[in-house]
Design a protein around this ligand. Structure first.
Ligand code: ADP
Ligand code: ADP
Ligand code: ZN
Length: 219
């Protein structure tokens, strides 16, 4: 099964993708994580995209499409995957259709996690992750059980993303509405779009999403 999680920055795509990985054996593919890894490794691509990401704009379609194409060819994607943060433009959506068709694959569903903009700035500015194991947290909505200690691995170093500040979030929301939201009618017309309410608590959102996935053929 191959899914897309679609939604604005902070909607909960990464959070929900982890639950789906755990329960359905699907592989999460986050293009944002891939790009941040490219920056951290000091690679040529990382150097090219850093300023664009810091400004909250989309990196060029050609760069991201090539990156994803290579990723889905890896053996760990054979059991199905969850695209988190891709596609983000119509050009990317069309490229995805082609690359899946070339491998005899298709999308089973595109799940839109809908959250009003007014809630997203707080979601994003409170986000942090464990520097050791990558577990995700939130200052208010998902604090660590013990202050300063990762629940999952006991790690004590946490990281905040350079682009998770109030100013850049506003730019990212604008980009979402102008460049990514056109994917909603695109997938609706293909009969693939399912929308869930992302405003409630994490497990309430997941209940809706897992319900959608279980109702799919093979789910
Ligand atoms: P995205 O991948 O869509 O940008 P994340 O999954 O990283 O979003 O979530 C953004 C932040 O909001 C994280 O700190 C996460 O812990 C928190 N969060 C995720 N879902 C919810 C929710 N339903 N209610 C409150 N906070 C949430
Ligand atoms: P979030 O889920 O919080 O919006 P991501 O980690 O998905 O953040 O993306 C962070 C940044 O990485 C984006 O603002 C953009 O600059 C870049 N990026 C990630 N995925 C794509 C994509 N599919 N196309 C273009 N740029 C992307
Ligand atoms: Zn940890």
């Amino acid at each position: 099964m191959n899914l897309v999680l679609l939604g604005p920055p902070g909607a909960g795509k990464g959070t929900q993708a982890h639950y789906l990985e755990r329960d359905f054996g699907l592989k999460q593919l986050s293009t944002g994580d891939m790009l941040r890894a490219a920056i951290a490794s000091g690679s040529e691509i990382g150097k090219q995209v850093k300023a664009t990401m810091d400004a909250g704009k989309l990196v060029p379609d050609a760069v991201i499409i090539a990156m994803l194409q290579e990723r889905i060819a890896q053996p760990d994607c054979k059991g199905g995957f969850i695209l988190d943060g891709f596609p983000r433009s119509l050009t990317q959506a069309e490229a995805l259709d082609k690359m899946l068709a070339a491998r005899g694959l298709s999308l089973d569903a595109v799940i839109e996690i809908r959250v009003d903009d007014q809630f997203l700035v707080e979601r994003i500015t409170g986000r942090f992750t464990c520097g050791k194991c990558g577990a995700g947290y939130h200052d208010r909505f998902k604090p660590t059980r013990q202050a300063g200690v990762c629940d999952a691995c006991g790690g004590k170093d946490f990281v905040r993303r350079a682009d998770d500040n109030a100013e850049t979030v506003r730019a990212r929301l604008q980009v979402y509405h102008s460049q990514t939201a056109p994917l909603l009618p695109y997938y609706r017309a293909k009969g693939r779009l399912r929308t869930v309410d992302g405003a409630g608590e994490m497990d309430m959102v997941y209940r809706q999403i897992s319900g959608v996935v279980k109702a799919l053929p093979g789910g």
